[in-house]
Design a protein around this ligand. Structure first.
Ligand code: SF4
Ligand code: SF4
Length: 436
């Protein structure tokens, strides 16, 4: 029988990747892609194609009112504009394209040559039409209604060369393998935003390597391998010297956070080389000895991506899109994968499922919380519906990093409880029990 001490000790070990293949593997295009048109808190696109249309790889299939575009990642026939559950658990309209093996649009036809450095208006337009989510694209959340009269003033740009989740390697691999292009991206940002502070986060062991290559354009910020030092909100707060409330977007406070892949996509778009229609992600899991990183067409299914590496979902109890700390378990392997950087495959449930096991009030969740929340109190208040008592304990400070749930020996759904609490406090209408 396992002793309580062992349970505590084992639960504290964060998932990591023991070994990995440094080569990024290009996988073949699938027979079908599903391109969602809605992303949580971000851009909402309207379809620019209809069922029966033939589209070519790189063609715009959805456009937002701000001019942001989403593009066909394969050539083929639009089977339908359907609805789908995305990997972020959003029910979204989507463009379904059946692959006909046709050629994509050549870059020369798509783009009018490179954009001149220092022309922010042309750069913004190019980035938007190329489907890139880069510093100058505005979130739909901030500009949902009304006219757009000015771009927000940007004080700080933070480029993340280290992903928050310890099992996701895409940023680090791209940083190491495409250092010159990363430097070019930083140079472009420096020209376009001369007054902004620019930081590049790098794994701590690469600090001097990165300083040699990038310090001309950005301040280098080493990030440790372990939580909570790499939690994005914590890193941002450390760099800019203040905490941005979790309910507010970075851009509303003049801050932009982008990963390396977006910066590389921005360079390709500005140079007129290619639009953003492919993405990298790392496949990992406790029973996967060597994590692999693949590049895939946006909108490929989970099934297609895993099959390319000889894996199938039925060999695992749960596929999680994202990482083990903040990822979302998927109910179907047909879910389209788009702006996700990881798949984490859980092979075995460690304990029988119990929806809410009792809290033993050990306080472990509170001790690890980087936001210094009294999690042991809050999660019980929420469990018993005492929402009005939660305000003074500031549940809104939660990063949803998952550390508390990870160390909880009772395996309570703490993050879900806090998420529910925040939702109730923001949007909820209390359900009033009545004797009648
Ligand atoms: S998820 Fe848990 S540990 Fe992380 S910030 Fe929220 S309460 Fe704290
Ligand atoms: S929620 Fe879990 S970690 Fe927190 S006090 Fe209760 S049993 Fe301990």
């Amino acid at each position: 029988m396992q002793r309580l001490f062992d349970v505590f000790r084992n639960r504290a070990a964060l998932p990591t990747v023991p070994d990995y293949d440094p080569e990024i593997r290009q996988i073949e295009d699938p027979e079908r892609v599903i391109i969602p048109l809605d992303y949580p808190g971000r851009i909402h696109y309207l379809p620019t194609v209809k069922a029966g249309d033939t589209v070519r790889r790189g063609q715009v299939v959805g456009r937002s009112r701000l001019g942001n575009s989403t593009l066909a990642s394969i050539s083929g026939r639009v089977r339908e504009i359907a609805t789908t559950w995305t990997a972020q658990s959003v029910h979204s309209p989507a463009v379904v394209i059946e692959n006909d093996g046709g050629e994509g649009i050549p870059a020369g036809e798509m783009f009018d040559g490179p954009v001149a450095p220092g022309d922010p208006r042309a750069a913004l337009k190019r980035i938007r039409t190329a489907g890139v989510n880069a510093p100058w694209t505005l979130s739909g959340r901030d500009y949902g209604t009304g006219e757009i009269t000015a771009l927000p003033r940007l004080e700080a740009v933070i480029i993340t060369g280290v992903q928050e989740e310890p099992t996701i390697l895409t940023s680090q691999l791209l940083l190491e393998q495409q250092a010159e292009k990363v430097a070019e991206g930083l140079r472009r940002i420096r020209i376009l935003l001369p007054d902004a502070s620019i930081w590049l986060t790098v794994p701590a062991h690469l600090q001097s390597w990165a300083e040699d290559r990038f310090s001309e354009f950005a301040d280098i910020a080493p990030v440790p391998r372990s939580y909570p030092g790499r939690i994005e909100r914590e890193v941002v707060a450390r760099l800019i010297g203040r905490q941005i409330p979790n309910r507010e977007s970075y851009i509303s406070r003049g801050v932009i956070v982008q990963d390396i892949e977006n910066i590389l996509a921005m360079v390709d778009a500005l140079d007129g080389v290619s639009p953003f229609i492919q993405k990298c992600l790392t496949i990992s899991g406790p029973t996967i000895d060597k994590a692999v990183t693949v590049r895939f067409a946006l909108g490929s299914s989970l099934r297609h991506i895993l099959a390319s590496q000889g894996l199938k979902v039925s060999d695992f109890v749960r596929p999680v899109v994202g990482g083990p700390m903040k990822g979302i378990a998927q109910y179907s392997d047909l879910t389209p994968v788009t702006y996700n950087s990881g798949i984490h495959l859980i092979a075995q449930d460690l304990s029988p499922f119990d929806p809410i096991a009792p809290c033993i009030f050990c306080g472990r969740c509170t001790r690890v919380c980087p936001a210094k929340i009294q999690v042991h109190l809050l999660n019980r208040m929420v469990e018993f519906g005492q929402f009005n008592s939660t305000g003074k304990l500031h549940p809104e400070a939660c990063h949803e990093c998952g550390l508390c749930a990870h160390v909880c020996p009772a395996q309570r759904p703490i993050v879900q409880l806090l998420h529910f609490c925040n939702h109730e406090m923001t949007h909820g209408e209390r359900y009033v029990w009545s004797a009648e």
